[in-house]
Design a protein around this ligand. Structure first.
Ligand SMILES: [Zn+2]
Length: 673
């Protein structure tokens, strides 16, 4: 039996949950709840309040949609309030909507409907005066938003001046700012490379990007805009929504693709399913189809509920791509570079027609930031990402005995103490021979971009490992045809072919080897830069972090990773094993270097040179195969001295390092003897 007291308590709880989620979403830009869950709770509260009006609290989120603007940006009052769509979650609800509005305005049924994809981004309002973009604002609470004009001006598809003529003296254009999924993926890649936290989803990243105080940051993010509504007292000769969209396009706006005009609700229902099937083909997130009464005159006749939800439009939502399920366990997978990747074991749940039982948790920081615990009910999504991901826990459903998750201090595969480089979100196992890293590491070592050992793919690597023939990449060079022939699937020919291929890999240049051994952050390009600059692995191992960081295209993050890789005795041991079996440990490809007179020589620049800038001199030295270091050491070949040299000349003298002027350097570069 549900008592009045139960209902009252539920209403209070819903208000509190929704208020907190609203705050997290709109003010903090850190969502705690999915739209699907929010919609569900909001509808429950709406229904409760409808049935028991006395339960409606003075601060109920149903009284308003949205939140107060954040204080850092100035406020902007919309000339006409920005409405917020009500939702239909299935065809029956869509039919019920038509029934409701037809009762109010019977002509609706004959007017036809305009269908548009519902973009999952951030709604904005753009004011145009005499065809010039003057003010842009976020939606805010629908009445007052934040002035983000400077940020919006950086978005390429918002016209600063309208094309053509015939625009009203003053009007507001409503539309959606969104993140193209390709831009979003690139942004996250950049963030991960810089050791920053990934953005959880494109919509919140778009909202956060819009509210930056520095418009440059907004511009770099790569946001885009679709227009969908004209708000004006004196529209040009536009009588329907589909004409309004054409008008927007003629003014230079982009309108979301796949819009369609249909004659009846039945057609709209059919079309909604077709729109849903388009989702995998579009480069942005859309969570439904907006069904609008096409004739604009009827919009006025229908009006809005409570002044905020228009009766003339409704969002037919797609099936949610977010599900709630129980987090059974957190496990850790050790990647090729030793990164510890936490993943979730889930009670199987269906998301968008696919059963999901595991999902990524990205990194330990995310688990800590969201306080995800084993035993929690968590939200899981597949939207925008191929691999399912855990969004976060439902705190109100947490079991009493759930304890905070503690990241491991030792590698789960080899027990080595875990490392956590400063400024990075990932934890690492530093052990190059870690069995957890092994299979992936060997496969990478043999892969095409690395040492290119034909016939040594993932399956073979696994087979050799299981047979006890290889424990790390160094063991590859000890393989003999005899040993391989004892294995299933290896005839005499295949065995000797593989051994030959492995032997041939010994002559690959140093750049390939540096990429192959899997130093964190060192990709194929970085390995080339290092090899070109240092020429031998001994020079690289002896180099200071500063020296390495000074190489073009390297920088402090890679330099630190290189230093910590070679600081590990196991890794140094691996290099010695390579040396013992004749693997090439020097660069044999000259790459783009045009000269070779300075190969193996290191220079330090000081003072102002008469004819070259610092950067030009550095480029000259590097083109001749030499290297420029920021600091002097005994290994420095020469100090290149310009005017006002400072203390370096003194230091060079005390170290016994030769000194050259610009002319001396040029002579050395030109010297071909
Ligand atoms: Zn390990």
């Amino acid at each position: 039996m549900t008592t009045d007291e139960d209902l009252r308590r539920r209403a209070v709880q819903l208000v509190s949950l929704l208020r907190r989620a609203n705050y997290a979403y709109y003010i903090l830009d850190k969502p705690e709840m999915s739209d699907a869950e929010w919609d569900r709770l909001f509808r429950e509260l709406q229904q409760l309040e409808r049935a028991h009006p006395e339960l409606r609290a003075a601060d109920s989120p149903t009284l308003r949609i949205g939140a107060e603007p954040a204080s850092a940006l100035t406020k902007h009052r919309h000339r006409v309030p920005m409405l917020s769509l009500s939702n239909a979650f299935d065809d029956d609800e869509l039919a019920a909507w038509e029934l409701r509005i037809t009762k109010l305005v019977p002509e609706v049924a004959e007017a036809g409907y305009q269908l548009e994809l519902k973009i999952d981004g951030a709604a904005v309002n753009l004011t145009y005066e005499d065809g010039i973009f003057t003010v842009g604002a976020t939606r805010g609470n629908g009445v007052v938003g934040e002035n983000i004009t400077a940020n919006l001006r950086t978005i390429p598809d918002i016209p600063l001046r309208l094309e053509g003529t015939g625009s009203p003296a003053v009007m507001e254009i409503r539309g959606e700012i969104y993140f193209p999924l390709s831009n979003f993926a690139r942004l996250n890649e950049r963030r991960v490379a810089r050791g920053e936290e990934r953005f959880a989803n494109p919509r919140n990243a778009a909202a956060g990007s819009l509210r930056q105080l520095d418009p440059k940051i907004t511009r770099e993010r790569g946001l885009r805009f679709f227009a969908f509504h004209i708000e004006s007292d004196d529209l040009p000769a536009t009588t329907t929504q589909h004409e309004a969209l054409d008008q927007l396009e003629s003014w230079g706006f982009r309108v979301a693709p796949h819009r369609r005009h249909v004659a009846s609700l039945e057609e709209a229902q059919k079309a909604a399913a077709e729109f849903e099937a388009l989702i995998p083909t579009i480069d942005f997130e859309a969570d439904g189809v907006v069904v609008k009464v096409d004739r604009l005159a009827l919009h006025e006749a229908l009006g809005a509920i409570g002044g905020r939800e228009p009766r003339w439009a409704i969002a037919r939502k797609f099936a949610p791509e977010v599900a709630v399920t129980k987090l059974l366990d957190i496990r850790i997978n050790v990647g090729r570079t030793g990164a510890l990747n936490p993943w979730a074991v889930l009670e199987p749940v269906e998301i968008g027609g696919v059963t999901v039982s595991r999902a990524t948790l990205h990194n330990m920081d995310l688990i800590a930031a969201k306080d995800i615990r084993i035993g929690d009910f968590v939200e899981v999504t597949r939207a925008g990402e191929v691999i399912p991901q855990v969004l976060g826990p439902l705190h109100e459903r947490r079991p009493a005995d759930a304890e905070p998750y503690l990241p491991p201090t030792t590698c789960p595969a080899c027990d080595f103490p875990v490392e956590r480089p400063e400024g990075e979100v990932a934890h690492y196992c530093p052990n190059a021979s870690c069995p957890g890293r092994l299979l992936e590491a060997i496969t990478h070592f043999a892969s095409r971009g690395a040492l290119d050992i034909r016939g040594l793919g993932n399956q073979r690597v696994m087979q050799l490992h299981e047979a006890g023939l290889i424990a790390d990449v160094g063991d590859l060079y000890a393989l003999t045809p005899d040993r391989l022939q004892a294995l299933e699937g290896f005839g005499e020919k295949a065995a000797s072919q593989l051994v030959d291929a492995i032997a041939a890999s010994k002559t690959q240049p140093l750049s390939r080897l540096l990429f192959a051994i899997g130093i964190r952050h060192v990709g194929a390009e970085g390995a080339k830069s290092l090899a070109r600059s240092f020429r031998t692995i001994d020079a690289l191992m002896a180099a200071s972090e500063d020296d390495t960081a000074a190489v073009d295209g390297i920088g402090p993050t890679i330099a630190q990773a290189v230093a910590s890789f070679f600081a590990e005795p196991k890794n140094r041991g691996l290099i010695e094993r390579f040396r013992a079996c004749g693997v090439t440990l020097e660069e044999t490809e000259t790459g783009t270097a045009t000269g070779s007179t300075l190969i193996g020589q290191t220079f330090v620049l000081t003072g102002t040179l008469p004819n070259f800038s610092r950067a030009e001199a550095k480029a000259l030295i590097e083109q001749a195969g030499g290297r420029v270091s920021p600091s002097l050491s005994k290994n420095t070949t020469a100090l290149v001295v310009g005017e006002s040299p400072g203390s370096k000349a003194e230091k060079a003298r005390s170290l016994g390092v030769a000194q050259l002027d610009e002319a001396g350097l040029l002579r050395r570069i030109a010297d071909d003897t």
